[in-house]
Design a protein around this ligand. Sequence first.
Ligand SMILES: CC(C)(COP(=O)(O)OP(=O)(O)OC[C@H]1O[C@@H](n2cnc3c(N)ncnc32)[C@H](O)[C@@H]1OP(=O)(O)O)[C@@H](O)C(=O)NCCC(=O)NCCS
Length: 187
Amino acid sequence: MSRYLVTMDGKIKMTTATHKTPNESEVVMTELVLPNDTNTLNNLMGGRLLHMMDIASAVCAQRHSRSIVVTASVDNVSFAQPIALGEVVTLKAKVTRAFNSSMEVFIEVTAEDIPNGKLKQSNSAYYTFVAVDDAGKPRRVPEVTPETAVEKSHYEGALRRRQMRLVLANRMKPQEANELKAIFFDE
Ligand SMILES: CC(C)(COP(=O)(O)OP(=O)(O)OC[C@H]1O[C@@H](n2cnc3c(N)ncnc32)[C@H](O)[C@@H]1OP(=O)(O)O)[C@@H](O)C(=O)NCCC(=O)NCCS
């Protein structure tokens, strides 16, 4: 896994990163809602928003892993408030935790009505991406080192969410999901 550093004397150096912070791969993407993006109520279509979210969070996972990534799963998407034609959508994606070849990315969407100066939280979701090689085979990714209190909280919860989605996808036996058992049952 390589990344580039500019040294004090201005030279560009390639380094190997085994850990990266969420800030190193953060993505902020801004889109204007145009007529082609809307439904018959003149609001942004859910599928169009999911597409934007997939792109922003995939770029974030690519930056973290410096690799091709594929979407493995998406969870906790809900559309709390409609986003209207002409509003500006801002998507902010940050990697919360990485495992072996997979990474969880948290994405938050806000919508801004610029003429009226109104900003609203629209929705958020967790995406899971898997880094793959040219043959589509999963490959190892750097670990995440959370820095802020919010990043640490996302990091802590990521193992629980991973077990939940793997159980639901029939990829993990419920009895092996120790993090989930700790929530539901006293030891
Ligand atoms: C995701 C994919 C690469 C996993 O391949 P696989 O051969 O099953 O690989 P593995 O069983 O070794 O799992 C690899 C990783 O994927 C994770 N994974 C697999 N399915 C998952 C799911 N449903 N949710 C979350 N993570 C999942 C595993 O937990 C594992 O993570 P880890 O390496 O960090 O422990 C493969 O299923 C795939 O290519 N799917 C299609 C992806 C795609 O086309 N996405 C766009 C869809 S619109």
